[in-house]
Design a protein around this ligand. Structure first.
Ligand code: FEO
Ligand code: CA
Ligand code: CA
Length: 648
C-alpha cells in the first residue's frame, strides 16, 4: 500500500460495499442444505458439480454482470517464445540480467563470460519481487527495486550464468559471480516525454546488494548465541541476502526483500551429515549443494559454520533512498522461507505484515508491531518489536454465513502461549523466532498448499493468498480441499471487525484453479471453481497483487507443458480478477518456460512493471534476444497504447 496512490472513483466497481457476493449467497444455500454436515466441506462443495450449471453462472441463473473493473480483452493461451499481451497494450523489455548499472560497469557479454567483478556492477539474475518508489510522487521518475532470486542450476550445472562453460571448471571467481548475481538491484529510472524508460546512469541511487553485502541482524533474536559465527561473535552482522523471492514495501518508503529458499545454499564438503533437527526442518542438504558456494566460502558449509544458516530466512528492510544505509534483517518477523511481505495498517495504525512460508504443508503468518505508524514519525524500529502469529483455518461457516470457514491467529510468544511456555525446545522468544517453523508446528497451525504471495484488497481490507499447489497433500482440508493438488487455489479472509490486528478471521476460497479443458465433469475438483473456464484456465498461482483500484492481478509459476493435466494452459501467464464479480481474464502470457512474477505500478497506474523470470528453464527459450542467444530474466514495462490506466 502507498498513500501516494490516487483513487479514480470512476474506475471503481459500482458496489464497493461489504455487501453480499454471489458466493456468499451460494454458501448460505449450501449451508442450509447441510453440505457441511455431509463431510464434503463447504469450500469444496461450492465448486462441485452439485452446483447446477445455470446457478454457477450467477444468482438465479442469470449471467454475471460484465465486470466494470476489467476493461481489457482477454487473450488466448500461448506456447510461443514471446510475450503476448491484451490488445491495445505494449510490453517493453527492461533491465535484463547483466545490464550495466553502476559505473564503470562493462557491457554484458552475450557468451556469459563476464567475471565476478563485472557482475557486481550489473543487474542480477532471475528477477522476482519488484517495487517502484516514486520520486516526490512523480509518475515518470523513481527507484525501481528488484529482487534477483537465484541463478538457474540444472542437474548440478549452472545453465546460463557462465555461458556454454557451465559449472566446469568450478572456480572461486565463478562462485563469487554467482553470489553477485543474487540479491537486489536499486535502479534509478525515468521516462522521457515519449514515455520511454531508461536507467539514470551515474545516479547515486543505483546500487547492487548481493550475497556479500554487509547487513545488520536486528530485533529480538539479534545477538542470540544461535546467530553467532566465528566471523561475527556479536551475532548482529551478517554478509548478504539471497534467494530473495517476493517483496513488500512500507509507507515510509522502504523495501522488504524476503529470503525464501536459503536452505539450498548450505551444505557440507565434510562427508559428515551433522544436521540438527531444526536444520532438517528447514531443509538443509545432507551433502553438497547445487550452487557449490561451500566449496570456496566456508560459511556455507554447515559443518564448519553451523550457525550461518540461522542468519538467513528473514525479511530484509532496505532504504533505497539512502544508498549508504545498511539493510536490516528484521528478526521479529520470524524465520521461514519467506515468499513476500504484505504490509498494511491495523485500525490503531500498528504495522501489520502478512507472510507465507512457501513449502508444501507450511504456514501463513502475521506480524503486528508494538508501535504505531504515524506519517513522518520515527519508523526505524517499527518492525523490530511486536507479535508474531501463525494461522489456523477451521471449517465454518462464519456466524453470518457469508464465509466458508473461520480461523484464528495463534500467538507465537514464549511467555504468553502456554504451549510454548512449556516447550523446552525454546528457552526464549529469540529461539521461537529463529526456529519459527518448529514453534508453529508445536502450536498446531494449519498446513497449507505452499503459501506464496499475500495481498490486501485496498477497498475492503480482505487478505488474499495464493496457495500454488501441493502435489504431496495427502488429505484434503477445508482451505486446502484437494488431495495431490496440482493446480492450486487462492484463499481470502476477512479479519474480525475489519481490523488487521484481530486475532480471528473468516475465510473462503476465491478461486480453485483447475482445467475444464481436461476435466469436463464439473463435479471433479480438478475442473476448478465456477469462475474457471476454458478461456482463463491456469495452474499454480504465485505472484499476487491488488492495484490501487482493487483489481487483483494473478501471476503463475506452473507447469507449461500444455499437455496432459496442463493441456490448454500454455505458458505461464498473468490474469486479472474482479474481486466482487470474481470474473478472471487472461491479460498476458510469457515466453517459453518462464515464470511471471513481481508487480508494481507508477502512482497513476499508467505504467506497470512485472518480471519474466528464468525463461528456458528446463527447455529451449532464447527470450528476449532471440536467435541462439542465452535466455535472460528481465523486467517488462507495460503501458496502454492510449496512455490509459492499466487494466481499465
Ligand atoms: Fe520464490 Fe515461492 O516462490
Ligand atoms: Ca514465487
Ligand atoms: Ca512458485
Amino acid at each position: 500500500m502507498s498513500s501516494s496512490y490516487p483513487i479514480d472513483s470512476e474506475d471503481l466497481p459500482t458496489n464497493t460495499s461489504a455487501g453480499e457476493h454471489f458466493q456468499d449467497v451460494v454458501q448460505r444455500a449450501f449451508s442450509r442444505r447441510g453440505f457441511l454436515k455431509s463431510g464434503i466441506g463447504l469450500s469444496a462443495a461450492l465448486f462441485l458439480g452439485g452446483l447446477p450449471a445455470a446457478q454457477a453462472k450467477g444468482v438465479g441463473g442469470a449471467a454475471p454482470q460484465p465486470s466494470r473493473l476489467l476493461g481489457f480483452t482477454a487473450i488466448p493461451l500461448s506456447t510461443a517464445d514471446a510475450v503476448q499481451i491484451a490488445p491495445g497494450y505494449t510490453a517493453t523489455v527492461f533491465a535484463p540480467w547483466g545490464t550495466p548499472l553502476i559505473a564503470p560497469a562493462s557491457a554484458w557479454k552475450a557468451d556469459g563470460s563476464d567475471d565476478a567483478a563485472a557482475q557486481a556492477l550489473q543487474v542480477g539474475d532471475n528477477h522476482d519481487g519488484i517495487h517502484f518508489f516514486a520520486m516526490d510522487g512523480r509518475n515518470n521518475e523513481g527507484l525501481l527495486v528488484v529482487n534477483h532470486e537465484y541463478t538457474t542450476v540444472e542437474d548440478g550445472n549452472y545453465v546460463w550464468l557462465f555461458g556454454a562453460d557451465g559449472t566446469q571448471p568450478w572456480t572461486a571467481d565463478k562462485a563469487d559471480k554467482a553470489m553477485n548475481a543474487h540479491g537486489v538491484s536499486v535502479i534509478h529510472v525515468a521516462a522521457n516525454v515519449d514515455g520511454k524508460w531508461s536507467i539514470q546512469a551515474g545516479s547515486r541511487y543505483n546500487r547492487r546488494i548481493t550475497a556479500s553485502t554487509a547487513m545488520q541482524l536486528s530485533g529480538p533474536a539479534a545477538s542470540h548465541d544461535w546467530l553467532k559465527t566465528s566471523a561475527d561473535p556479536s551475532g548482529t552482522r551478517v554478509l548478504g541476502t539471497f534467494n530473495n523471492c517476493g517483496n513488500g514495501w512500507t509507507p515510509w518508503n522502504t523495501y522488504l526483500a524476503c529470503e525464501e529458499n536459503f536452505n539450498t545454499y548450505f551444505g557440507t564438503t565434510s562427508g559428515q551429515d551433522t544436521r540438527n533437527t531444526a536444520q532438517k526442518r528447514y531443509g538443509l542438504a545432507a551433502g553438497s549443494t547445487e550452487y557449490r558456494w561451500e566449496d570456496f566460502v566456508e560459511r556455507f558449509d554447515y559443518a564448519k559454520e553451523p550457525n550461518e544458516s540461522n542468519r538467513f530466512g528473514w525479511v530484509v528492510e532496505i532504504d533505497p533512498f539512502d544508498p549508504a544505509s545498511m539493510p536490516k534483517k528484521r528478526t521479529a518477523l520470524g524465520r521461514i522461507k519467506h515468499e513476500n511481505a504484505a504490509f498494511t495498517l491495523a485500525v490503531d495504525r500498528r504495522a501489520v505484515v502478512y507472510m507465507g512460508d512457501d513449502q508444501a504443508d507450511d504456514y501463513i503468518y502475521k506480524f503486528v508491531s508494538e508501535g504505531h505508524y504515524r506519517e513522518g514519525s520515527k519508523t526505524a524500529d517499527l518492525l523490530d518489536s511486536g507479535k508474531l502469529y501463525v494461522a489456523r483455518f477451521s471449517d465454518g461457516p462464519s456466524a453470518d454465513g457469508r464465509y466458508a470457514g473461520r480461523g484464528e491467529w495463534i500467538l507465537l510468544d514464549k511467555q504468553a502461549n502456554p504451549v510454548l511456555a512449556a516447550d523446552t525446545n525454546f528457552s526464549s522468544q529469540a529461539e521461537v523466532l529463529i526456529h519459527t517453523r518448529l514453534a508453529a508446528d508445536a502450536v498446531g497451525a494449519t498446513k497449507m498448499d505452499r503459501p506464496e504471495w499475500v495481498s490486501v484488497n485496498p477497498k475492503t481490507g480482505e487478505v488474499y493468498v495464493t496457495l500454488t499447489n501441493n502435489t504431496k497433500r495427502a488429505a484434503a482440508g477445508p482451505a486446502n480441499p484437494r488431495e495431490k493438488n496440482i493446480y492450486g487455489q487462492i484463499v481470502r479472509w476477512r479479519e474480525a471487525g475489519g481490523d488487521a490486528a484481530a486475532e480471528s478471521f473468516e475465510w473462503d476460497i476465491f478461486v480453485l484453479a483447475g482445467n475444464p479443458v481436461k476435466y469436463t465433469d464439473r463435479a471433479d475438483l480438478r475442473s476448478g471453481s465456477a469462475n474457471i473456464n476454458v478461456d482463463n484456465t491456469f495452474n499454480s498461482p504465485d505472484g499476487l497483487a491488488f492495484d490501487p483500484h482493487g483489481r487483483l492481478w494473478i501471476q503463475t509459476d506452473g507447469k507449461y507443458s500444455n499437455t496432459g493435466d496442463y493441456q490448454g494452459q500454455g505458458n505461464n501467464q498473468m490474469l486479472c480478477a474482479d474481486p466482487v464479480s470474481k470474473e478472471i481474464r487472461r491479460f498476458l502470457v510469457g515466453p517459453k518456460q518462464c515464470e511471471i512474477t513481481g508487480i508494481t505500478f507508477t502512482p497513476d497506474i499508467k505504467a506497470m512493471f512485472i518480471n519474466i523470470q528464468h525463461p528456458g528453464e528446463g527447455g529451449d527459450s532464447h527470450w528476449p534476444d532471440g536467435g541462439a542467444s542465452l535466455p535472460r530474466s528481465a523486467t517488462l514495462i507495460i503501458t496502454k497504447d492510449d496512455g490509459g490506466i492499466i487494466g481499465a
